[in-house]
Design a protein around this ligand. Structure first.
Ligand SMILES: [Zn+2]
Length: 136
C-alpha cells in the first residue's frame, strides 16, 4: 500500500512554508500531519490538500531537556495548535521568552513558518518542523 502523502513530499513542501494535509473523501475531515488513514473514520480514501497555516494555541509546554543537537537552545516553548481547517499540530513558538509563557497564550492566534533541523542518528537527513509566530 502506498502512503497518500509520503513524508518526503510533506517535508519538502514544509520547507517552502506550504503545509500539506489529507482530506478524507468519505467524511471531509482533514488530517495533518499526514497519516495512512483518516483520523476520524479510518478511511484510506484521502486526497492531498493545502492548509493555510493559521490557527489558535490550545496548550503549550516548555522543554528543558533538549532533543539531540538542541542542547544549547533549552528552554524553548512547544505549542499545540488547532489549525483553522481542524487538525491539531505541534511546533515551536518563536520569539518568546520561556519565562513569559503562560496560560494567557491559550486561544491566541498564530501563523506557521518553519525551521529546518539537521538530521540526527535516528533520521535520514534534515527535516523541516513547524514554527509558530503569534498574530495577537
Ligand atoms: Zn474520514
Amino acid at each position: 500500500m502506498e502512503y497518500p502523502l509520503p513524508f518526503e513530499r510533506y517535508n519538502s513542501a514544509l520547507k517552502k512554508n506550504i503545509l500539506l494535509g489529507l482530506k478524507c473523501r468519505q467524511c471531509q475531515k482533514i488530517t495533518c500531519p499526514p497519516q495512512m488513514t483518516c483520523q476520524e473514520c479510518s478511511s484510506f480514501d484521502l486526497e492531498i490538500t493545502e492548509l493555510g497555516g493559521t490557527g489558535t494555541i490550545q496548550t503549550y509546554t516548555t522543554i528543558y531537556i533538549a532533543a539531540e543537537n538542541r542542547e544549547n537552545e533549552v528552554p524553548y516553548v512547544i505549542v499545540l495548535v488547532e489549525l483553522e481547517e481542524g487538525p491539531w499540530i505541534m511546533g515551536e513558538l518563536s520569539a518568546i521568552n520561556p519565562e513569559e509563557a503562560s496560560l494567557d497564550m491559550i486561544g491566541k492566534r498564530v501563523r506557521m513558518g518553519n525551521r529546518v533541523f539537521p538530521g540526527d542518528r535516528y533520521s535520514n537527513g534534515s527535516a523541516a518542523r513547524p514554527v509558530f509566530y503569534r498574530l495577537d
